[in-house]
Design a protein around this ligand. Sequence first.
Ligand code: MN3
Length: 202
Amino acid sequence: MAFELPKLPYAFDALEPHIDARTMEIHHGKHHAGYTNNLNNAVAGNALEGKSIEAVLSGLDMTNTAVRNNGGGFYNHSLFWKVMSPNGGGKPTGELAAAIDSAFGSFEAFKDVFSKAAATRFGSGWAWLCVHKGGKVEVCSTANQDNSLMPGIGCGGFPILGLDVWEHAYYLHYQNRRPDYIEHFYNVINWDYVSKLYAENK
Ligand code: MN3
């Protein structure tokens, strides 16, 4: 069974004004579609074919750049669409809010750490909120399409919130103003979904 590009769970323009429709259209229809096709080509006819994406990434030979880049791209974007919502924004509640307060002191302090991780990632990559077994949360960032499911990333735990800081994610609307894009991201975060991932993977 080949990997399939997941449908966007909302319209291209649903996240405006924070993320513009044209960016969403190209990001999903060209970039994510490209990672998906290239991943399928990279696993076709070898031992990785038919495995789940989680199994592919967690057992990855990191020198296999085609699977590393495209498997990461496939997984990361599949998560990215789901952690955003036109009804998003606000703050987490319940046990995720408590874990964030415990790790960072407050939601505002978490935002500072997460925004800094996203802003200071040089070149292309992602900022993450991850959960460790036991429930502790951690912020980190990775280069390119790497994520914390891959071996030896040094950014532990399961990714429950990811922010794409590749220029293709924001350049049409924000040009070089990555910090503005990061600030607007908080208006579309789907904390209900992030909380669900927290509960399932803590
Ligand atoms: Mn992207």
